[in-house]
Design a protein around this ligand. Structure first.
Ligand code: EPU
Length: 429
């Protein structure tokens, strides 16, 4: 297993380019199942979750090729199986996104039911309820969702709570259903909108993108297209927070600053000087420590749960106390225990973490438990004194492209070691 070894305490300075958004690329890869024509996707990030999705599609019969100019071409004119096995789904829950398109185009799907997850229970009941309302016959047996539908029908779907992948799965089904579907209380995340834009390019008829009410008129067939994935707002936010924590200065390029409004507002409150232009965010701390900020996570346009762990890490070294409340995944606090091992003063109260900032964290061996928790441990390591060893780096490779290279270019001392060369501290006794 790989580890990241970080020698902390160096302010970050420089520029970083942001990759395409993982959480937009995943549903868009699933959307390719809706047509037998080629779909070319540009700005696909090089991440483990993308590799897993390509493997899953290939097992079903997709032909996936990397084109010049970094486009990924997916052709689904020879799908042989509508099956997503447990082995795939257990490594990546987003595999559930093939359910809607398989059912809409092939009338059947067998997808392993995702299990528990390090960030808490993540049921898919709303995906299944919505598909049933569209006329699908769905049984959950032996750990699998077995779904059939001769033809899906448009339906009025009022989602009990805002769900990103639930909205996406239902959109992916509704675009080929007979008649019109309305999705109320739909997720408004920019990645959902990006999926919608790609579907519209493929010939889908969707009104209300970016709002909580989507109206989708089903069409008989969808066509091939070319789509450029939007930038990853969470990757961008993670680098901004790293620069803040180390008192540095950073230019984040290839980003749409508007995607991060809720995050930038909090970073300004924490003392950052931030200037934005079309594709750039410039953040300066001028050697100052951040001020602690209160946060409550919420669906977009609220503060994203995927930035909660990073802001918790920032509050650990900020001036003052603050409370961060997690309202999307109320158990998403596995990182708290690890941050405490680095000297953080954190106290849990239900789904709120209360921090009392300390001037200095100390490096320690720590364990990554999920993607954003591991990112927050890297951030803590970058500001801590001494050496931090982050274990189980595969979590971070699911969502951050070449993270150690990007941080190295910003002046960090960070390196990856493989299992055979694992870091062992020198014994001093
Ligand atoms: N929920 C239900 N029933 C459902 C679906 C969701 O109760 O059928 C609940 C969940 O338990 C949770 C809330 O609704 O409390 C929101 O979950 P959502 O369905 O929106 O999450 P998701 O679609 O599984 C996506 C991202 C996550 C991100 C969340 C919230 C992808 C592939 N994943 O997950 O990203 O945290 O939305 O924004 O898009 C990450 O990138 O690190 C990550 C975990």
């Amino acid at each position: 297993m790989n580890q990241l070894i970080i020698e902390g305490g160096r302010p970050l300075h420089g520029e970083v380019r942001i990759s395409g958004a993982k959480n937009a690329a995943l549903p868009i890869l699933a959307a390719t199942l809706l047509t037998d024509q080629p779909v070319v996707i540009q700005n696909v990030p090089h991440l483990q979750d993308i590799t897993t999705t390509i493997t899953l599609l290939s097992q079903m019969g997709s032909s996936v090729t990397m084109k010049e100019s970094m486009g990924l071409e997916v052709v689904n004119n020879n799908i042989k199986s509508c099956f997503a096995p447990y082995d795939m789904v257990k490594t990546m829950r987003a595999s559930i996104l093939v359910l809607g398109p398989l059912l809409a185009r092939y009338g059947q799907a067998e997808v392993s039911l995702p299990g528990g997850c390090a960030i808490g229970p993540r049921p898919v009941n709303l995906h299944l309820q919505g598909l049933k309302k569209m006329g699908a016959d769905i049984q959950v047996e032996n750990g699998y969702i077995r779904a059939h539908a001769r033809k899906l029908n448009g339906a009025h779907l009022n989602l009990e709570m805002v769900t990103v992948s639930g909205t996406e799965n239902l959109m992916l089904a509704a675009v080929l259903a007979r008649g019109t579907s309305v999705i109320e209380n739909a997720a408004r995340e920019p990645e959902v909108e990006d999926l919608g834009r790609c579907l519209i390019r493929m010939g889908a008829r969707i009104d209300g993108l970016g709002t909580a009410r989507l109206e989708i008129a089903g069409v008989d067939e969808l066509l091939g297209t070319e789509h450029h994935i939007l930038p990853d707002r969470i990757e961008a936010g993670t680098y901004l927070v790293a620069a803040m924590m180390t008192g540095g200065e950073i230019k984040v390029r290839d980003i749409q600053p508007g995607l991060l409004d809720a995050v930038l507002e909090r970073l300004r409150e924490a003392g950052a000087i931030i200037d934005c232009s079309e594709n750039l965010i410039h953040l300066r701390m001028e050697g100052r420590r951040p001020l602690a900020v209160d946060i409550r996570t919420a669906p977009y346009p609220g503060f994203p749960t995927d930035m909660q762990a990073q802001l918790t890490a920032m509050n650990c070294v900020a001036i003052g106390s603050a409370a961060i409340t997690e309202d999307v995944f109320v158990h998403r606090f596995m990182h708290v225990q690890e941050l405490r091992r680095m000297g953080a003063e954190l106290r849990m109260d239900g789904s709120t973490v209360i921090s009392n900032g300390v001037p200095q964290l100390t490096g320690a061996p720590v364990m990554a438990t999920d993607l954003r928790a591991s990112a927050c441990l890297v951030l803590a390591g970058l500001v801590a004194s001494g050496t931090t060893v982050v274990d189980r780096v595969y979590h971070i490779d699911r969502g951050y492209e070449t993270i150690e290279e990007k941080f190295t270019r910003l002046g960090a001392r960070i390196r990856r070691v493989s299992a055979s060369e694992e870091y062992t501290p020198v014994a001093t006794d």
